[in-house]
Design a binder for this molecule. Structure first.
Ligand SMILES: *[C@@H]1O[C@H](CO)[C@@H](O)[C@H](O)[C@H]1NC(C)=O
Ligand SMILES: *[C@@H]1O[C@H](CO)[C@@H](O)[C@H](O)[C@H]1NC(C)=O
Ligand SMILES: *[C@@H]1O[C@H](CO)[C@@H](O)[C@H](O)[C@H]1NC(C)=O
Ligand SMILES: *[C@@H]1O[C@H](CO)[C@@H](O)[C@H](O)[C@H]1NC(C)=O
Ligand SMILES: *[C@@H]1O[C@H](CO)[C@@H](O)[C@H](O)[C@H]1NC(C)=O
Length: 234
């Protein structure tokens, strides 16, 4: 896949001359490189060294930002001005449906991050070897991204666009549909458990902690134009 990616990069300017799809390919390339730069900072078969080409000001490495870069890619693939008939677009759809969908691909796959790495922060109790325990505010920021991915998800639009050019993104869609309820439930779980490092059990209300969680959620929301409804039960 790496050689396909780089070959596609080298032919982008040629494609621009040939069929008027150069701007579309360049847009996909930017979004793909930004996803890579936000998820990985070492060479890999699925991102090459493209992470080096996007500055850290543009590709933030935090989870809410990673989710928004993926959404921007999905919007491009679903959008009316994108040429999905080019070889680079075809390669990008395949990349989305393989490496980016692969939960078990550690260190740079979108689904590995969503379904595995982020999920690790919600274990109760947290094993001593697991990631650090985050504050209610930080968990609110993580849960903003889960809600964002849920509320802005338009799988029919994506699938229709991709199928129209004979391509297949069904594995990505099924993994995405699996991640939404899984991660939404994790947010509810930690809220009801008052963000304690302890087994899930009925707890007296903890409004100050829930407020802190909500502030973390809104902090991400305000940064991005208040586009997500607060969806949790407390
Ligand atoms: C792709 O479709 C566009 C119109 O949407 C057309 O201008 C272009 O020639 C096509 N390119 C290829 C490689 O088929
Ligand atoms: C990435 O940057 C390097 C040098 O800065 C350049 O040689 C290379 O063509 C760039 N690759 C892409 C995909 O833009
Ligand atoms: C996902 O990645 C792992 C690790 O590289 C690999 O063994 C597995 O075959 C991949 N799964 C799919 C469905 O491509
Ligand atoms: C969280 O609880 C588990 C189980 O009691 C314990 O092993 C772990 O060290 C605790 N983590 C922190 C950071 O307190
Ligand atoms: C897409 O690929 C999957 C296997 O990965 C297959 O089950 C499915 O039928 C394909 N969908 C289309 C529309 O080709």
């Amino acid at each position: 896949m790496k050689s396909v990616l780089w070959a596609a990069v080298l032919t982008l300017s040629a494609a621009r001359e040939l069929d008027g799809c150069g701007a579309s390919d360049a847009n996909l390339l930017f979004r793909r490189q930004r996803i890579c730069a936000s998820l990985t900072q070492s060479p890999s078969y699925y991102c090459g060294e493209s992470w080096k080409n996007v500055s850290k000001d543009v590709a933030h490495e935090d989870w809410p930002s990673q989710a928004t870069y993926m959404h921007d890619m999905l919007a491009a693939l679903s959008g009316p001005t994108t040429c999905l008939n080019t070889s680079y677009a075809k390669d990008t759809v395949e990349w989305m449906n393989t490496a980016m969908s692969n939960e078990t691909l550690a260190g740079g796959s979108f689904m590995g991050t969503w379904l595995d790495f982020q999920v690790g922060y919600f274990q109760t109790p947290m094993p001593p070897t697991a990631p650090r325990i985050e504050s209610p505010s930080t968990l609110g920021r993580k849960c903003w991204a889960f809600a964002y991915l849920k509320q802005l998800w338009e799988p029919t639009l994506l699938e229709t666009a991709v199928q129209a050019v004979g391509l297949n993104i069904s594995f990505f869609i099924s993994e995405y549909n699996k991640a939404i309820p899984l991660t939404f439930a994790l947010c509810e779980k930690v809220i009801h458990n008052c963000f304690l490092n302890a087994s899930v059990a009925p707890r007296p209300p903890c409004p100050a902690s829930v407020d802190e969680f909500h502030v973390g959620f809104e902090r991400e929301n305000i940064l991005r134009g208040d586009i997500v409804q607060y969806p949790f039960s407390q």
